[in-house]
Design a protein. Sequence first.
Length: 177
Amino acid sequence: MYAFVTMMSAWAIPVLVVLIPLYAMYKKIPVYETFVEGAKDGFETAVRIIPPLVGMMVAISVFRASGAMDWMLSGLRPLMDSMGVPSEVLPLSILRPITGSGSLAFTAELIKQYGPDSMIGRIASTIQGSTDTTLYVLIVYFGAVGIRKGRYALKVGLISDLVGFIASIVICLLIFK
């Protein structure tokens, strides 16, 4: 079975790259012109989402540089310490919904400092895989299609991130302690 899966994964992309244009030619779809049109639409979408992305990056920088993140975390540390939760993973609760690359860099730093098999490394890795970059996703996807009012999307996304954060901690403490 392992050999079959390995073979399938090695051939999947090349087969699709050949089959899709062949099928399009069979259906008499102008392959190159359709590709160029799609690339043009993709470029227009990228240009449309740049302003919200720049705004989000500036807001993140101001939030961190102002000390607001440290101030928020300092209030939560005693509570987390009293429950036996390593407070070193707390910044992920704020970073992860905002920035994937920032939270990944923070997780990598925790793993480098404490080790991948430490409780901190395990919890950070589980949080990284169990939560999403909610604000980034909303800005990119809603910006791409022009949605101005997300209604419940932000609330539901942040609540699901909170649940993922709590569940990651609880499960790691139950399994690895």
